[in-house]
Write a protein that binds this ligand. Sequence first.
Ligand SMILES: *[C@@H]1O[C@H](CO)[C@@H](O)[C@H](O)[C@H]1NC(C)=O
Ligand SMILES: *[C@@H]1O[C@H](CO)[C@@H](O)[C@H](O)[C@H]1NC(C)=O
Ligand SMILES: *[C@@H]1O[C@H](CO)[C@@H](O)[C@H](O)[C@H]1NC(C)=O
Ligand SMILES: *[C@@H]1O[C@H](CO)[C@@H](O)[C@H](O)[C@H]1NC(C)=O
Ligand SMILES: *[C@@H]1O[C@H](CO)[C@@H](O)[C@H](O)[C@H]1NC(C)=O
Ligand SMILES: *[C@@H]1O[C@H](CO)[C@@H](O)[C@H](O)[C@H]1NC(C)=O
Ligand SMILES: *[C@@H]1O[C@H](CO)[C@@H](O)[C@H](O)[C@H]1NC(C)=O
Ligand SMILES: *[C@@H]1O[C@H](CO)[C@@H](O)[C@H](O)[C@H]1NC(C)=O
Ligand SMILES: *[C@@H]1O[C@H](CO)[C@@H](O)[C@H](O)[C@H]1NC(C)=O
Ligand SMILES: *[C@@H]1O[C@H](CO)[C@@H](O)[C@H](O)[C@H]1NC(C)=O
Length: 412
Amino acid sequence: MGRTYPLCFWALFTIAAFAHVATARDLRNVTEPKTPPVCTSLKATSEDDTELIQKALDACAKGKAVALSSGTFYSGPLTIPSGVSLLVDSGVTLKAIPTPKLYDLGGNTCGTVDKSGFGCKPFITIKGATSSGIYGKGTIDGQGGEKMTGTNTTWWKLSRMALNWGLFQNNPRLIQINNSVDITVYQITLTSSPFYHLTTSEVYGFTVWGIFINSSHATRNTDGIDPTGSQNVTIAHCNISTVDDNIAITAMTAPARHISVFNNHLSHGNGMAIGSGIKYGVSDVTFSGITLNSLTYAIYIKSHRASDGLVTNISYDNICISRSRYPICLDMFFDIFVSDRETDYQNISFNNINVATNGTFVFHGISDSNPIRVNMNNVHISKHSEWSVSHANITGAWKDDSVRRCGFYGND
Ligand SMILES: *[C@@H]1O[C@H](CO)[C@@H](O)[C@H](O)[C@H]1NC(C)=O
Ligand SMILES: *[C@@H]1O[C@H](CO)[C@@H](O)[C@H](O)[C@H]1NC(C)=O
Ligand SMILES: *[C@@H]1O[C@H](CO)[C@@H](O)[C@H](O)[C@H]1NC(C)=O
Ligand SMILES: *[C@@H]1O[C@H](CO)[C@@H](O)[C@H](O)[C@H]1NC(C)=O
Ligand SMILES: *[C@@H]1O[C@H](CO)[C@@H](O)[C@H](O)[C@H]1NC(C)=O
Ligand SMILES: *[C@@H]1O[C@H](CO)[C@@H](O)[C@H](O)[C@H]1NC(C)=O
Ligand SMILES: *[C@@H]1O[C@H](CO)[C@@H](O)[C@H](O)[C@H]1NC(C)=O
Ligand SMILES: *[C@@H]1O[C@H](CO)[C@@H](O)[C@H](O)[C@H]1NC(C)=O
Ligand SMILES: *[C@@H]1O[C@H](CO)[C@@H](O)[C@H](O)[C@H]1NC(C)=O
Ligand SMILES: *[C@@H]1O[C@H](CO)[C@@H](O)[C@H](O)[C@H]1NC(C)=O
């Protein structure tokens, strides 16, 4: 972390029962999604299929899906209309053509680095839609490791250059869903996004079920699933291996609440994060039945002082962590800006946690008058772990007697 703060560490070994779990979840009753019926089936031409796919989507009846049924499709940006879904069948791949000008937002910056990184539109956009989705056992490939047309630089290499220069890459996100209701992403494999894989902004009713994200070769900012300012969210039965946050819940333009994250397997990357960018507050979230392996961070809450808000009613239940440098990190100093507004972490509970290997547990609050408040119940950590605690009130107990393997999914 490279930072030191005065340590005022206390741990009260009492069991405080927190009774806030009732609403700390997606308020919908979510079950496994069903793939909608097909309106049109398309075969890949091996040319640029953007127009073919977009026309089929625009003509598809609400409640139905355009099926990509055989071959490898190459396409530029696509928009999925309200009520319509995209189905990528098993064995089929939809690849994003790596030509920056196809994604450019008008400033000729897509495919370059600058100070903002907002120069590209996403590969797949859903906006202002009700009951749309992306389905199928096929793959959507962002081709982040491919050279951008007419250059010797891949999207990921551009990200690396931006990182080295303290700037931002203008790369397309893979899937962006904004201001929509009742959106489903089911079974699909998402791979090699040039930027974030699956991001929402103000989506109410968002189900992500059984998807696979594999981009552990990427360089930077290839977050897995980022629900932003969204409510009634379920992320279940997913396997996410990436660089940067596997899942990050943020609240930059609206509150994020009523979120259930369960039975997922996360590896590489920065685990399951809340923040940064939580100005409107994050509340009523349960993470349960999750294994996390080979990560820098596993459980991570991060905020900065300038614009960040309340994080409360967060529950971490039945979680196993192995090979993580920071198994739990709650850090109000993720980014320091001068401001009089303070972020606040309350009602955060850890229940039935096993941390199989040693690491550093970080709880950095801002002041004693407003400490991070967490409760621990049945928390088992590895011997030789380290703690870095300041301005935190940790109630409950932990023991350094963890089981050395995580067995939920039969792999450690
Ligand atoms: C914390 O939980 C308690 C008990 O359920 C509740 O009364 C209180 O409002 C919660 N605090 C916040 C900030 O959500
Ligand atoms: C947290 O949960 C408690 C009890 O369920 C509820 O009273 C409180 O309003 C919640 N806090 C927020 C900020 O929603
Ligand atoms: C969810 O299911 C429970 C139990 O069957 C029921 O009481 C509740 O009303 C349902 N909630 C919604 C939003 O459908
Ligand atoms: C969340 O789901 C519940 C239950 O279906 C519903 O009553 C509520 O309006 C939903 N919230 C939002 C913001 O859509
Ligand atoms: C890419 O590299 C090759 C081999 O070094 C070189 O011949 C070619 O001119 C380069 N192309 C561009 C667009 O820089
Ligand atoms: C979607 O929302 C994000 C975050 O609020 C914003 O940056 C982006 O421009 C929006 N995209 C579209 C297509 O509206
Ligand atoms: C993950 O993606 C890489 C390419 O980025 C591929 O080589 C590898 O086979 C994939 N792994 C799985 C399990 O799909
Ligand atoms: C998750 O995917 C990885 C490949 O990225 C694979 O090795 C692992 O077995 C998968 N885990 C589960 C639980 O499916
Ligand atoms: C923590 O685990 C690592 C990897 O297994 C090991 O190399 C290291 O010695 C351990 N640290 C302590 C203090 O035991
Ligand atoms: C820590 O929190 C508990 C319960 O919320 C409270 O009873 C206790 O006084 C607090 N301890 C300190 C040192 O503030």
